[in-house]
Design a binder for this molecule. Sequence first.
Ligand code: PEP
Ligand code: MN
Length: 320
Amino acid sequence: MIVSVESRADVKRVTQALAGYGQWVARVEQTPTEQLLVLASHGAAVDAARLREIPGVRAVSTPESTRPLLDAAGPTVAVGDVVIGGAKRVLLAGPCAVESEERIHALAATLAQRGVAVLRGGAHKPRTSPYAFRGHGDVALGWLREAADAHGMKVVTEVLSESDVDAVAARADLLQIGSRNMASFALLRAAGRAGLPVLLKRGAAATIDEWLLAAEHLLAAGAAGVVLCERGIRGFDPETRNLLDLSAVALLANVLHLPVVVDPSHATGRRDLVVPLGRAALACGAAGVMVEVHDRPDLALSDGPQAIAPEDVSQLGGWS
Ligand code: PEP
Ligand code: MN
């Protein structure tokens, strides 16, 4: 909210009175005719009419939202009959990359038994090195779909470029926009036009506001809903791959009431931290957890060090 006061002399007194209502002034803007007290967004819920009664206050206004569609979308996203952000926490799990038809079928069977509702796996992989395995492409989309269908699961997989949108949308229930592409606006618009729900990973150096505006792009283009996925931001300590921002998760889940899931696999880059951080994410309000699994991580074609055993996803289940 923005509180306009009559004169400079009123600023201090009104600021103190606002604190009595649990409101904190983030900054003061001066115009030739008034002083504007811009309130921090984390203040207590209070009726604007009460603040207008403070002596010296001329007007109280609420600036228009920069993300009206996201605000209106609410806290849940339906992926078929799987509701993300509803009463039940959702597990999304699978390999980093879909490596073979046999392996994805075997993994799907184990994961379905352990309560995983959404099967993940990359067919088109973004890789830091151009010489690393970049996925089996469209053929792997078919393997993933069939494996999920055989065990009653939904599919999430990454769409890496605008030219892949149709092929991925034909096989997936939830389109994934990867961290590296969070601000690729043409891709966001193309993915949104598919009309499916989208899982939007946070860019490694993106602010929360930039991330939420990227979600607004998806909704503006026609996405059926956006699940926000925190996967760690760039930190300074190489002991972990990224720095999991649980503050952002708590903010989105508890204050902004948006559907947010956490990917502790890419956040940490190491399997010994995946379960503890997945549990921490659920404890602070995440609607679900997405993890990478592999039955033979020593043979994984990508991200082996962060893959947990398929059986270990059970340690993330059972939250209400
Ligand atoms: C992935 O989930 O497969 C992936 C590449 O993750 P991120 O975009 O978070 O790096
Ligand atoms: Mn990976």
